[in-house]
Design a protein around this ligand. Structure first.
Ligand code: GLA
Length: 692
């Protein structure tokens, strides 16, 4: 299951309201504060809290001795107060007795050192001891609370792999060998995939294969092995989820989720979604990133795409400062509200936070919360109460679908992992920043964007962007070819399509898998020095990358204008079937990307949600069959006026022109359904691609 059924069940359980609340850790407080917690939750309009995320040590106080009494009382109290519960399986951090009794379950780092107990999540994801204990606890909690009327959702573990995404212990090495055996079946196939003829690495026994710990000085481990290690590690975390999920499903009818961590390198979330009933995510702004609201938009677009275009749940964000960045800048007045509505605009049907009451002790005591140390006479509390009211005012939106995008960015974790392995032409080639730059240019034009999986059917889109997708399987390349032949418009950047699913170079000319589609043949890379630029005949300057090559069937729109590759094509367009395939062979600047995208979007007939918005003003739509909702988010310091007619659900004012104050947001029920053609049903999730 994915996206809608679970999210819809949750929305129904909340009486059709948008979820609002956060992690509630009552065990950190004397029981005498709990009644006040519930009263304040009611005052703020909180309707959902996540309980027991880190409660293992207080539930199973010693092996096999359970103390559920306090949790019984918490759940009863919440239920009596009308607050629903997302009940965690309490397994995110094993208690001290567990690690002391089973030191072999500790996380081991790349150097082979076991990490100490004393923080959280310090377990080896492949440890059968940990997995069994976690599944056992999850099953007991599910058994006890499956019929508790407060429980509307199960929270399996918490942010799997946040602190322990890879473990290099011997148990993990064994599991890796089993995983490799399942993938390759024979050592011949593995040797071939990893190119082990190189550097005398030919394996003759599975037992010879190590976990890729640190190797000899100044050299590089086999890239095929390292790529598979990333895949294996993501799969092992998924297996942990599956073990707990099975124990809960056997006993409880409510939907299941686990909270993702957005566009993070460590997990191939495409491969996780089918196991979740609803997709949920934690998102924290990097406070010193001046465009962090665009990063939020990108992450929300990825989450909506992971949810197959359906609504999803924002499981955590922060009311103000976090505690884990170098400088934990507080949110400006109104920023938390704008962040929250931005997530809703892009498909979230719930806005939850870490955490309800700001901790008094422990490592997160300087992390903001809904209820700060300083109490209710505070900016944060007043904004929390206001947000609760705002979300109640826009409740009718819950369950509506985000407007379908006509543009997609192709994005794949294996490709990310492979692209950033060692010993490449330039370590300045980075995937997430490249993806972000293309998303940012589309975001600035207020064009709706999805993320698409390699190999998926792209026929719903008019434009597809392929930023630094270095690894490309044959089915992924075939899907792009069909997309263009059928009339789509494709933009591919440098360092894409170069290797197959095993990180083996595609021979005969770059960019390998996409050479014919793009109609160019590159013969040699000329990466640029740090901070160097190269002049281009148009769209310049270029940064990071340049290359020597020629156009075969493509039309050359720009060439390198200086240096060793002067005269080589840098921006090209190839007409294939009914569509076009553009190639951009260097890192171009924002203005050039905007200009180039304008050409491509015009060719594809893609229009912005609203035309001519001032820079920094974001417009997004959601729709039901009979209503259209326009979100306008003003990220600037100036008040703006936007041409749009309808009723602002937040102010209850009807207007023909929308006034949105500096830093503010508006949610308009539009006077008449906006143009853009009939609604399509959100696509079902793409069928899983055979794992590369
Ligand atoms: C993650 C965790 C929470 C908390 C927050 C702090 O999202 O899930 O328990 O540590 O980070 O930002």
């Amino acid at each position: 299951m994915i996206g809608r059924p679970g999210m819809q069940q949750l929305t129904d359980a909340l009486g059709g309201r948008i979820a609002f609340g956060g992690d509630y850790n009552p065990e950190q407080w004397p029981e005498s504060t709990w009644a006040e917690d519930v009263a304040l939750m009611q005052q703020a309009g909180v309707n959902l809290v996540t309980v027991a995320v880190f409660s293992w040590a207080l539930i199973e106080v010693e092996p096999g001795r359970f103390t559920f009494g306090w949790l019984d009382r918490v759940l009863d109290l919440l239920h009596d107060g009308g607050i629903a519960v997302d009940l965690a399986t309490a397994t995110a951090s094993p208690p001290p007795w567990f690690t002391a009794n089973h030191p072999e379950t500790r996380l081991v780092d790349e150097q082979g050192l076991a990490r100490s107990f004393g923080a959280r999540q310090g377990f080896c994801p492949s440890s059968p001891l940990y997995r069994d204990a976690a599944a056992d606890l999850a099953g007991r909690i599910a058994e006890r609370y499956a019929e508790h009327p407060a429980v509307v959702l199960w929270h399996i573990n918490n942010e799997y792999g946040c602190q322990n995404w890879q473990c290099y212990c011997e148990v993990s090495a064994d599991a890796f060998r089993r995983w490799l055996h399942g993938r390759y079946e024979s050592l011949d196939a593995l040797n071939d995939a990893w190119g082990t003829a190189f550097w005398s690495q030919h394996y003759t026994d599975w037992a010879q294969i190590p976990a890729p710990r640190r190797v000899a000085y100044s050299t590089f481990a086999n890239p095929g092995m390292r790529l598979d290690w990333w895949r294996f590690s993501s799969d092992e975390l998924l297996e942990c989820y599956r073990a707990e999920a099975a124990a809960v499903r056997e006993r409880a009818p409510q939907p299941l989720t686990t909270n993702f961590m957005g566009m993070r390198k460590t997990h191939d979330y495409w491969s996780w979604t089918a196991d979740l009933d609803l997709i949920s995510n934690d998102h924290y702004l990097m406070a010193e990133d001046a465009a962090n609201h665009q990063d939020l938009a990108m992450t929300a677009d990825l989450l909506r795409s992971l949810a197959g275009g359906h609504p999803w749940l924002l499981m955590e964000h922060s009311t103000s400062a976090v505690n884990w960045q170098t400088r934990n800048l507080a949110k400006a007045p109104g920023e938390m509200r704008r962040n929250s509505l931005q997530h809703v605009a892009r498909g979230a049907d719930g806005v939850l936070f870490f955490q309800w009451r700001q901790s008094r002790a422990g490592a997160e005591k300087w992390h903001s919360a809904l209820l700060p140390h300083t109490g209710t006479d505070t900016k944060i509390w007043r904004e929390v109460v206001e947000l609760g009211h705002d979300l109640a005012k826009i409740s009718e939106l819950a369950g509506t679908l985000p407007d379908p995008a006509r543009v997609a960015i192709l994005f794949d974790w294996s490709s990310w992992w492979a692209a950033e392995l060692d010993a490449h032409p330039s370590s300045d080639v980075k995937v997430r920043p490249a993806v972000r730059r293309w998303h940012q240019s589309l975001w600035k034009r207020n064009v709706a964007v999805d993320f698409a999986r390699h190999g998926q059917d792209l026929s719903d889109y008019r434009v597809v962007v392929v930023p630094v997708q270095y690894l490309m399987s044959d089915p992924a390349a075939a899907a792009l070819t069909s997309f263009v032949e059928d009339g789509g418009h494709l933009v591919v950047t440098y360092f894409s399509g170069l290797v197959d699913e095993h990180d083996r170079v595609r021979l005969g000319g770059y960019p390998g898998a996409l050479r014919n589609l793009l109609g160019v043949r590159i013969e040699e890379f000329f990466p640029l020095a740090a901070r160097a630029t190269v002049r281009l005949s148009r769209f310049g300057p270029g940064r990071v990358w340049s290359e020597l090559g020629r156009a075969e069937s493509a039309e050359v729109l720009a060439t390198y204008d200086e240096g060793p590759v002067a005269g080589s094509p840098v921006v090209t367009r190839n007409r294939v079937g009914r569509g076009t395939a553009w190639y951009v062979g260097t890192e171009i600047d924002d203005d050039a990307r905007t200009a180039l995208l304008r050409l491509v979007l015009d060719e594809g007939g893609v229009t912005p949600v609203l035309p001519d918005l001032p820079a920094g003003v974001e417009a997004v739509r959601r729709r039901s069959p009979d209503a259209s909702y326009l979100f306008v988010l003003n990220h600037t310091g100036e008040d703006v006026t936007v041409e749009a007619a309808g009723t602002d659900l937040l102010t209850r004012m009807a207007a023909n022109r929308l006034q949105v104050p500096a830093g503010g947001a508006a949610v308009l029920r539009e006077a008449r359904a906006a143009t853009g053609g009939p609604r399509r049903e959100a696509a079902p999730p793409p069928a899983p691609e055979p794992r590369h």
